[in-house]
Design a protein around this ligand. Sequence first.
Ligand code: HEM
Ligand code: NAG
Ligand code: NAG
Length: 358
Amino acid sequence: MASFKLLYTTLTLLALLSSSTCSLGYPGFSFGWGHGGGVGGGGGVSHPVGGQRLIGLSPGFYSHSCPQANDIVLSVLERAISKDRRLAASLLRLHFHDCFVQGCDASVLLDDHPTFASEKKSIPNKNSLRGFEVIDEIKAKLEQVCPETVSCADILALAARGSTVLTGGPNWELPLGRRDSKKASLNGSNNNIPPPNSTIQNLVSFFRRQGLNEVDLVSLSGAHTLGMARCTTFKQRLYNQNGHNQPDSTLERNYYHDLKAICPKTGGDNNISPLDLASPATFDNTYFKLIMSGKGLLTSDQVLLSGNLGEPMQLVKDFADDQTLFFNHFARSMIKMGNIRPIIDNKGEVRKNCRRVN
Ligand code: HEM
Ligand SMILES: *[C@@H]1O[C@H](CO)[C@@H](O)[C@H](O)[C@H]1NC(C)=O
Ligand SMILES: *[C@@H]1O[C@H](CO)[C@@H](O)[C@H](O)[C@H]1NC(C)=O
């Protein structure tokens, strides 16, 4: 507990010192802009392109309009996470579920509206997504300091990075300047977020659809170093993995018995178990070590190794052996995921309340 607190303080100091242009550099990596990231460049400057003035995502996007943005996000996060450490996990996941549906446009935050249904009701999200109140609190603070300036989509990206850093994970230079959508897609949410019982082939194809490759799949799955999953998301593995009432043979024996105690054959669907049983509130590489010993919680975790697909299999081993390598790849893939089809220029809007369109 004491070292957790110390870590907070150190990292906050770091974040304050480096402010919005932090570059806790990873030697040997040049951070690419991924696809759909627009026209990079520095400091939120607008670039004349073909007669049009385009503004792409850039780390300094708010350096004049709201230089305190990242500090405000971090201070709300620190307080929230110290009360409920699982919130770091929940906020990291929110950004993922946002980006995989219509791009990173804060569509996931919208409540029901007369012209569209909320994504909060989708199969992957219902009774599952958490952290909306923390986003509301961050937004309210930002509206006081820099009204109508920082988008909800950027708040999600900042909260995902902050949650990673505050739990001991890597920091990275985060491109900003996303704008918010004016609609949500319940159907998109039901169809674009991979289910937990996916095969390795399914996972690769869900990620490819977003412009992400097998390296991104494995590194981003490493987010499961944090947080919990409900019994209903892994029950199939315990009682009927292949339609023959047999457990998943890739589950380590003792772990299998422990999981059965948490997740009975009938009932208990909302009981929860850590995705990384060794350290569910610390961002580290134990997730990959556990997979190496048959203790991945979800099918989608274990198949990264047991799916026998060359590159994912090798990466699980490499990340289990080398935490720094995992951190470098995680940072790079988070930037790529954060660049999925952002709304830029004068399209979309900056919502005043993340739950509804202006
Ligand atoms: C590779 C495909 C993925 C699948 C199939 C998957 C599936 C799931 C499932 C089923 C849960 C538990 C939800 C519940 O029980 O309510 C979960 C939790 C979580 N997921 Fe994923 N996920 C994937 C990728 C990702 C990615 C890319 C990220 C972020 C970069 C992520 C971050 C998280 C986190 C942090 C949690 C814990 C949330 C909490 O405790 O509130 N996941 N995931
Ligand atoms: C729902 O989403 C899927 C996958 O994105 C798409 O193929 C399908 O056409 C959508 N259906 C509707 C009714 O929009
Ligand atoms: C995954 O779970 C769904 C819903 O329970 C089921 O319909 C589907 O057949 C399962 N897929 C696999 C590959 O087991």
